[in-house]
Each structure stands twice: as structure tokens, then as C-alpha cells.
Design a protein around this ligand. Structure first.
Ligand SMILES: C[S@@+](CC[C@H](N)C(=O)[O-])C[C@H]1O[C@@H](n2cnc3c(N)ncnc32)[C@H](O)[C@@H]1O
Length: 630
């Protein structure tokens, strides 16, 4: 359960335009389940325990938070943190799942033997498979209700002079514009920015190519907000006569010879259509499926904040907002629900020399990397579950065929939709009074999984008093299943103190010899990755038989070191907050980034520190991490 509920803004429920509108007789945008939002907003934002997992450098004001937008806002509000600029690029309800390529690294034991010529492999030649980063499949009503709550939560942590940019597209943008009018006020709408990208391939077909996104720009106070005009170079310089006002009349400015003077204009003020390429440049390194270019964020941040101000992104993805904010001297807050986003942002921020604190919101869900992958995993963990069954609507996660009870429809809260996390009276009411009567199969029992219950006794009593059907409702705690998803990888290593000669010349000098601790990774086993690779190979073989095209399976050495993305040792803390004393990250080509600095050397399967390491952290190529004592 949340520790408590934190009110959104003082006047949200009574005063804001939308829910109980005092200036309009009724809501502008009306759709199913609006009433539920009213109750949830009245209850407040769910605040959970927040753990500090790591501090990098000295600046505790910069934050990287793993958790949902709502709970992150509750935490910030509790801490009294106010943000001056918000940029969000939330899921668009695009109907797609976004995946990332996972590259198998080089086997360090072979790497030393590989010649430079083979090092420069194109990424297409590297072994890889795909994994879902996040899901973006919603029905419109659910999405809008979810978005409404998130916007209210974000508003509650914005400073009095803050601005917000909400990045969407034509899928849902127009609906969200109306929500934003209601949440922030129509008078606080400043611009609709069209981000036009010409570098997208034409899709053809019987429509115009969709080559733009829409960004809505609102402020909290229409009379006081930061705005620095954006000046961009003109495509072609223009020359115009210099003119000025004299006694109310505009006249030419003449030079000492009485001739007109001219000025060349090479720059102009940018308007609300931004031409910025979508392709992420080589130097930015694309690490996230929906990563936005730095140039876009630079415009937003420069236009609507000044140095020292706090810039927040509550759907941070690759961390591009935090990175650009940091580079421009702003403070940053990066929030995301997915572990891969947090790791990507963390590693890149370290590489750019930023200092920040990493927080984890203990919201009761032990996620398997991200909500979408957890949902996929759950489907395989519920014993006997059949995902699609005739006679049960998509409201149900599937059906369990039990030898005694028969077919039992199963409800599982959608982890992508934060509103479903707590099983409350309205939710169970919907199940017993709408969804069970609608079943087209004769079920004796339904299973309802929950993450949090409002009040278990009250819930059971409510079911007993209100269930007019003969169908039993069995409540099950989803957390028990989720714990099973997190099976740790296995690591075997040795640690010894050795002497190394750091001098590159042949002459031996004892002063150059240093004692270091060397950890050698002997083997690494990840059942989850092995299973994934097994599935990939199996699919590939089947395809190859069908198409007649050759297929190269992914093979992993016995030591399994190709499955490692990052190794770090902590020489400061034996438990609690992690401190990376030395950190080795291995990129997809096998090169090492040592303590945030890229090198053109291969990883040798070892990590060295001058202090005695107390524990070791290892991250596999899909982002699962384990920590072991040394
Ligand atoms: C479109 S992506 C953001 C991409 C980002 N702007 C970039 O340039 O890399 C949306 C992100 O929202 C995250 N997300 C989805 N639901 C969330 C929630 N309720 N709270 C926080 N993050 C969420 C997803 O994990 C995903 O990383």
C-alpha cells in the first residue's frame, strides 16, 4: 500500500476547470469512466517509500528516479521540490510496442586474439535479438484518464513561473490539448509547436506521409514565465534598408553621404514550426527506440529555462532531457518506470561527468525490467493460463483450466496503467457487476490478481454483500508471482592482490610497481538470457526451413562472458547504497568504457581496483543486475 496519499494542487478538485467546472456548465471532453478520475484525484497521489540506491558525485539536487510519474510527483511534492520546466514525451497511445536490439558481446577470452581488421565490424554483423522496452497500446478512454491524472500530478510540482512542453502526435494529441486546456487553463496555452522532420522515409499509400509531431507548450502563469527567443540562422541572408521612427513616422536611416543604409540579416527568430532531423547523429549514440534528438531538447530548454533552474522529464526514456539540461547548466530530474531507461540515462550521464542521486520508488511491484516485459513474463508464470479463450472478453488476462472447478477467467492489473495498481471498491464492483455477468462461459470461479488492496476485509465483505452471481471471486496477491520473475543470474569470480608495473618503458623501477586487487570473472550464467536466445534460435530455424534461407544461430561460450554489459566494484560500502569505485562497461563491439571514459581496448574479463573491493555488481546485456559480496 502507499504510505499515504498526497494532495495534488490545493484547488484541483473544486476549482480546476475540468472536473467540477465553475466557469463552464459541463466538461468539454466527456468520455467513459471520467467519474473514476474525480475520485482518484480527490484521494491524492500515491506516495511510497523511496530508497537512495546510488549517489554519483556531489550534487544531490539532480535526480534519476525509477518509478511512475505519479509516485515520483508525490515524492517530489513531499520533499518540497519544485520544477521550473517540464518536458514530457509520454507514450502516444500509438498501438505499438517499442523494442531494443540486445547485442551479444565478444568473448573476452577470444578478444585478445582478434585482429584489428575484424574489430571494425558493422553492427549488422553482430549477434543480437530484440526485447520490448515499453508498451504503448491503450484504448482512448483509459489513456486520457491516465494522462489527466499525470498532468495534474505534474502541475502540482511545477513552480509558479514554470512551463511545460508535452510532446505527442496526431494519434492522441488533439484530445490531450483539450485536457491541457482544462488542467492548465486555456489562457496559459502558449504555442502548438510542430516538429517537422524531413528525414523520415516516405510510407506511400493513399495518404500524406506523417512527418511531424506536435508539442504543446503551456505555462502556469500567463503573466510571469521564462521565455528566451530562439534565434536560428537564416537559410539565405537578406538585406534590408535600415529604418527608424522620427516624430511618429518611419524613415530611412541615411549615411554621412545622404545615402540609404542597409543591414544584412543572417539570423531570424524561430517560429512554431521546427525543422529538426529525426535521425540521431553518431555522436549522440542511439540507445533507446523512441529517443529524441538533442537539438530538439536544446531548443525547449534554452527557450524556457535559465541556468540553475530545474528541468524535469517524467517519461525520461534515454535521458536526453537530463543530458541536455546538465550540459546547459540546469538541474535535472529524470523519471522513468523502466529499468533500461534508468540504466541508459545513468551510464550516459556518468560518461558526461554529471553528478546526481539515483532513487528507487518502492511501489510494491518487483518489475521484470519494465512493465511490458513483466506482463509478458506473467503470462508464462500463472500455472495453466491460456491467454485467449472463447467467451471471455479482453478485460480478462486469460483463463485457467482447473480440473476441479473448470474454466476460471483471470483478471490481472495492467502494469502499464498505474490506475489499475490498487484494487479498490470501484474496480471490484466493475468485476462483479459488469464483467462476470458478461462472461459467455459457465464459470464457477474467477481469479482476481492484485498488487495493492485498499482494505482486504472490507473488500471481501463488499464481494460477499454485492456479488449477485453464483460465481466465486478468489483474490490472489500478484506480488507472490512477481517475486518468482526475478531469478538471479549466477556469477563465479576470484579476487587476488597482484603487483602491476605501470611503466611503459623496459627499464624496471620498483617505484612503478603497484599493488592492485584484481577480480577475474570466471563464469556467468543467466537462465533468462539463455532461454531468450534459445527461443530466438528456435524461431530462426523454423523460419529458415520455411524460407530456405540460411540461419546463423547465436552461440554462447561455456563461460558466458559475452552476456555481460557492465562490471563494477564497490570499495566503500559493503551493503546499502551502491558506490561504483571502478566500473567497466562493455559496448556492443566489445570495447571498454572505464569509469565513464571510452577506450579502444577490449574487455579482458577482469576488473582492477587499488582499494580492496567489498562487493561486485554485474549487469547482463538485457539489464538485469546482481550484487555479490567479495
Ligand atoms: C516515448 S518514451 C520517452 C522517450 C524519451 N523522450 C527519449 O527521447 O528518449 C516514453 C517513456 O515513458 C516511460 N513510461 C511509460 N509509462 C510511464 C509512467 N507511468 N511513469 C514513468 N514513465 C513511464 C516508458 O518506459 C518510456 O521510456
Amino acid at each position: 500500500m502507499p504510505l499515504k496519499y498526497v494532495p495534488y494542487t490545493p484547488n484541483t478538485v473544486e476549482g480546476q476547470a475540468v472536473l467540477d467546472n465553475i466557469t463552464r456548465p459541463r466538461r468539454v471532453l466527456s468520455y467513459r469512466d471520467n467519474g473514476e478520475v474525480y475520485n482518484r484525484i480527490k484521494r491524492g497521489m500515491p506516495a511510497y517509500e523511496v530508497e537512495t540506491v546510488e549517489q554519483i558525485g556531489e550534487n544531490p539536487e539532480n535526480l534519476v528516479i525509477r518509478g511512475e510519474c505519479l509516485s515520483a510527483c508525490a515524492y517530489l511534492k513531499e520533499q518540497g521540490v519544485k520544477v521550473d520546466l517540464v518536458y514530457i514525451d509520454p507514450p502516444f497511445a500509438s498501438g505499438a510496442n517499442y523494442a531494443k536490439k540486445i547485442y551479444i558481446r565478444r568473448n573476452p577470452q577470444l578478444a585478445a586474439k582478434i585482429t584489428q581488421a575484424t574489430l571494425e565490424l558493422e553492427s549488422a554483423e553482430l549477434d543480437s535479438f530484440e526485447e520490448t522496452m515499453y508498451g504503448d497500446i491503450w484504448n482512448k478512454e483509459d489513456y486520457l484518464n491516465w494522462m489527466y491524472e499525470n498532468l495534474q500530478a505534474i502541475k502540482s510540482v511545477m513552480s509558479e513561473t514554470a512551463s511545460i512542453y508535452v510532446h505527442l502526435d496526431c494519434t492522441i494529441g488533439h484530445y490531450v490539448k483539450i485536457l491541457m486546456d482544462e488542467v492548465f487553463g486555456e489562457n496559459c496555452f502558449i504555442n502548438e509547436i510542430i516538429w517537422h522532420y524531413e528525414d523520415k522515409f516516405a510510407t506511400g499509400g493513399k495518404s500524406l506521409d506523417k512527418n511531424h509531431d506536435t508539442i504543446f507548450f503551456y505555462v502556469i502563469s500567463e503573466s510571469e514565465y521564462v521565455f528566451n527567443p530562439i534565434i536560428i540562422p537564416k537559410e539565405r541572408a537578406t538585406i534590408r534598408a535600415l529604418r527608424r521612427k522620427v516624430d511618429g513616422k518611419t524613415v530611412d536611416v541615411l549615411d554621412e553621404n545622404g545615402k540609404k543604409t542597409y543591414v544584412e540579416y543572417t539570423e531570424k527568430k524561430e517560429d512554431d514550426v521546427w525543422q529538426i532531423g529525426r535521425t540521431i547523429s553518431q555522436t549522440e549514440s542511439k540507445s533507446y527506440a523512441t529517443q529524441k534528438p538533442k537539438a530538439l531538447l536544446e531548443r525547449v530548454i534554452k527557450a524556457s529555462s535559465n541556468e540553475g533552474m530545474v528541468v524535469a522529464d517524467f517519461f525520461g526514456g534515454s535521458g536526453v532531457t537530463a543530458k541536455v539540461a546538465s550540459a546547459l547548466g540546469r538541474k535535472f530530474i529524470h523519471v522513468d518506470i523502466g529499468i533500461n531507461s534508468i540504466q541508459t540515462a545513468r551510464d550516459d550521464l556518468i560518461a558526461e561527468g554529471a553528478s546526481f542521486v539515483m532513487k528507487e520508488i518502492k511501489d510494491g511491484v518487483s518489475l521484470f525490467r519494465n512493465p511490458q516485459q513483466t506482463m509478458d513474463k506473467l503470462a508464462t508464470l500463472i500455472p495453466g493460463l491460456q491467454r485467449r479463450a472463447a467467451g471471455v472478453s479482453s478485460f480478462w488476462f486469460g483463463v485457467i483450466n482447473d480440473s476441479k472447478v473448470g474454466a476460471m477467467p483471470v483478471y490481472v492489473p495492467d502494469l502499464i496503467d498505474s490506475r489499475q495498481k490498487v484494487l479498490d471498491i470501484p474496480a471490484i464492483n466493475r468485476i462483479i457487476n459488469q464483467e462476470i455477468p458478461r462472461l459467455e462461459i459457465a464459470a464457477q470461479r474467477v481469479v482476481v490478481y492484485y498488487i495493492d488492496l485498499d482494505d482486504e476485509l472490507e473488500m471481501k465483505k463488499f464481494i460477499k454483500d454485492n456479488n449477485v452471481t453464483t460465481v466465486d471471486v478468489e483474490l490472489r496477491d500478484l506480488k507472490n508471482l512477481l517475486h518468482e520473475t526475478v531469478v538471479n543470474d549466477e556469477l563465479e569470480f576470484s579476487c587476488q592482490q597482484i603487483a602491476v608495473d605501470n611503466h611503459d618503458q623496459d627499464l624496471f623501477d620498483p617505484a612503478d610497481v603497484k599493488e592492485v586487487y584484481q577480480v577475474v570473472i570466471k563464469s556467468f550464467v543467466s537462465d533468462r538470457l539463455n532461454q531468450k536466445i534459445g527461443e530466438f534460435n528456435e524461431k530462426g530455424y523454423v523460419q529458415s526451413v520455411k524460407t530456405g534461407k540460411p540461419f546463423k544461430p547465436i552461440t554462447i561460450s561455456e563461460e558466458g562472458l559475452e552476456l555481460i554489459e557492465l562490471v563494477a566494484v564497490d570499495c566503500v560500502n559493503a551493503e546499502g547504497q551502491w558506490h561504483s569505485s571502478v566500473e567497466v562497461k562493455i559496448d556492443k563491439l566489445g570495447y571498454v568504457t572505464l569509469n565513464g571514459k571510452k577506450n579502444k581496448v577490449f574487455w579482458n574479463g577482469k576488473i582492477e581496483s587499488t582499494e580492496k573491493p567489498l562487493r561486485i555488481k554485474l549487469r547482463n546485456i538485457s539489464g538485469d543486475e546482481i550484487i555479490q559480496a567479495i
